[in-house]
Design a protein around this ligand. Structure first.
Ligand code: PGA
Length: 247
């Protein structure tokens, strides 16, 4: 078996989270404007200002007629209608406001049988022709999607256990008294690496260590985001706070 070449992701350090969002929205909107774009989306706090910009662009004429979107992940065991579901998150933050019809976007179903659902999701991505550009955040522990440290670089969309650190980081998103799910469905690292390009956004000092490890250490499943080093076309947009540990 041949091993993929290791390359340094392209890193662009920008002055602020707003500048990161401006640049990311510009890259994504350019892709959306091309025919039959297939885009992979992320949830979390970091992409929120990107989605605000895409909403404004849709208002000023960005067309989404042929856009197809896939979401990285979803909590296992919660309904799409749950306040904290990623289905609801993206529907509210992006899909409804930009007028993207329900048959043009997909989120794994957290209530479905996980084995059938994750195989179906992979199939759906394949039938759409694969993902042109995958937007990613990064966890404080270096996760991408819900691929926690230890995830194999060839992993596919599957049911995973969430780390305590991830559950703690996501606690504010859950209504008081609700517990953060212990498991999630996530695109695998192998699935993510099949996207034709990858756009990672990293902001804030809480991500500085994770970003520095990606950039300075060899690729390893201990640092899931370091899988970007196996991709031929990945770019990381970071603000100064996130890049603080890089010289
Ligand atoms: P955040 O999440 O943007 O809310 O920090 C990113 C992630 O955990 O992938």
């Amino acid at each position: 078996m041949t091993h993929p070449a290791i390359r340094q992701p392209k890193l662009e350090i920008l002055s602020s989270p707003e500048a990161v969002a401006d640049k990311a929205a510009a890259i994504l909107s350019q892709k959306i404007a091309s025919p039959d774009a297939v885009i992979g989306l992320a949830t979390g706090q970091t992409p929120l200002p990107i989605y605000a910009r895409l909403r404004a662009m849709a208002q000023s004429g960005l067309k989404v007629d042929h856009l197809r979107c896939f979401t990285l992940d979803e909590y296992y065991g919660i309904s799409p209608a749950h306040d904290a579901s990623y289905h609801r998150f993206l529907k509210t933050e992006l899909f409804d406001p930009i007028g993207l019809p329900q048959d043009q976007w997909s989120v794994p179903d957290g209530l479905a049988d996980p084995v059938t659902e994750t195989a179906r999701y992979e199939d759906e991505i394949r039938k759409a022709g694969g993902i042109d550009i995958q937007l990613l955040g990064i966890g404080r522990n270096g996760h991408i999607g819900f691929n926690e440290p230890g995830s194999d670089f060839t992993s596919r969309t599957r049911l995973v256990a969430l780390s305590e650190d991830t559950r703690l980081a996501n606690l504010p998103l859950f209504p008081q008294g609700d517990h953060v799910p212990t498991h999630a469905l996530t695109m695998g690292i192998g699935t993510i690496l099949e996207a034709r390009s990858i756009l990672m956004v990293v902001t804030g000092e809480s991500k500085a260590r994770a970003l520095a490890e990606v950039m300075t250490l060899p690729p390893s499943p201990d640092r899931p985001a370091s899988a970007l080093k196996l991709h031929p076309d990945s770019i990381i947009l970071a603000d100064r706070a996130a890049a603080a540990l890089l010289s």
